[in-house]
Design a binder for this molecule. Structure first.
Ligand code: MN3
Length: 222
């Protein structure tokens, strides 16, 4: 890997992000109670455990979260699993909150350069959506479904297990949905397809486009 992929570039001590919407801002697609528990219990829990694991390791406190996740093999063995689980947990949730926007009415679609890239890579937006849903719905267990830009300029969909990230593939993550049951179980119970169908209404294509531009620039600099 000749260059680290920076999406947030955050370092120790890690903390919750400021959300662009209130806890009930994703209603009716995702309920306020789910968001509140998800942030204050699940996400905060990963942050606390990540900070605790790095506390006795000042050398790694200066490293960005992306660096840690891209160099797991270089980490001391006693913190490797904790960084994989909780660092991944923190990074993935940062992107998940950023991938959504306050619910609005009307059609929710990407535009401009990003839409053209989706058409080029998947044939059409509908084909992309089908591919993304198939990946999210056929995944067994906990995980995350991503849209990424690869170093050769192609958009790809991938689902990772537990808290794994596509950073390790050298892919720049643009959009992600959390398919752990805690992301939807209170409202949707076992009905993951209904959750995903509702979630499309929340996708913040503006933030995805901003990351896409950053990803293009990152790969162009190599
Ligand atoms: Mn989660």
């Amino acid at each position: 890997m000749d260059k680290d992929l920076m999406v947030y570039g955050v370092t120790y001590p890690y903390q919750l992000p400021q959300l662009a919407y209130p806890l009930d801002g994703l209603e009716p697609y995702v309920d306020a109670q789910t968001i509140q528990i998800h942030i204050t219990k699940h996400h905060q829990g990963y942050i606390d455990k990540l900070n605790k694991a790095l506390e006795p390791h000042p050398a790694y406190q200066q490293r960005t979260l992306e660096w840690l996740l891209m160099h797991l093999d270089a980490l001391p063995e006693e913190i490797r699993q904790a960084v994989f689980d909780n660092g991944g947990g923190h990074f993935n949730h940062l992107l998940f909150w950023d991938s959504m926007n306050r619910a609005r009415g009307g059609e929710n679609l990407p535009s401009g350069q990003l839409m053209q890239a989706i058409d080029r890579s998947f044939g059409s937006f509908d084909q992309f959506k089908k591919r993304f849903e198939l990946s999210a719905l056929s995944h067994v267990g906990s995980g995350w479904t991503w849209l990424c830009l690869t170093p050769d300029g192609k958009l790809e969909v991938v689902t990772t297990l537990n808290h794994d990230t596509p950073l390790r593939l050298g892919w720049y993550p643009l959009l992600v949905v959390d398919v752990w049951e805690h992301a939807y179980y209170l409202k949707y119970q076992n009905r993951r397809p209904e959750f995903i169908a509702a979630w499309w209404n929340l996708v913040n294509w503006g933030s995805v486009t901003a990351r896409y531009e950053k990803a293009l620039a990152t790969f162009a600099e190599r």
